[in-house]
Design a protein around this ligand. Sequence first.
Ligand SMILES: [Zn+2]
Ligand SMILES: [Zn+2]
Length: 227
Amino acid sequence: MAAHDTRDSATSAQPACTHCHHRLHSADTHRYLCRHCETRTNERLEELPGLREQLRDMLEPGVRGPRAVVSASRDGSLVPCSLDALNLVAVGGITAVLDAWVADWCDLLGWQLPHLRNTDPGACNTPITGAVTFLRNNLPWAAERHPAVDDFAHAVHQLWQHATSITDPPEPTVRIGYCPAVLDDGTECGATLRATPGDADFRCRWCNTTWAERHCLTLAATLHTAA
Ligand SMILES: [Zn+2]
Ligand SMILES: [Zn+2]
């Protein structure tokens, strides 16, 4: 009943995380994001500069082999790079999204915008690491005090997922069911579990619980009960 529990907690009077909708621990009811979602958002933020570097490298002329990427343009002709990668690296991509959140948080906090902007003549991007450092440093504040921090967590997740789908394309997986792992706050995880055919182990991408082959009978029984 993991997924059902998740929906219940979103509609009950007990305060819930605005992102994952799990009920908040009694000491955390003042928070918008639960500690788990704050940690995951922080980890994904930390990875964004490296991912952007990888995407930029993939756009370098002459990249061949598994990293070579080709996209079809609107008229159907092939262009020698990934348009998805280009969109994330170009103006308006990852850096612009993070810059907009830096500006939003500074506005709410009444702070002047930090000097993240590259002032070199002709420069059009800001250093992503500056924005990421600012957002990671102030994420504990946002998790407790920013009413729209769910939108921020969602934007970071989307950028991370979009970037990793290009740098590390997912293998075909099959859907197993909902993760029955019990989290620190006593609630069930409830995220969708997927496994790669042929692999003995599979991991919940939300709570990081690894399910080995020896757990499969227990897991199957739990999922059967929950169905
Ligand atoms: Zn949460
Ligand atoms: Zn899980």
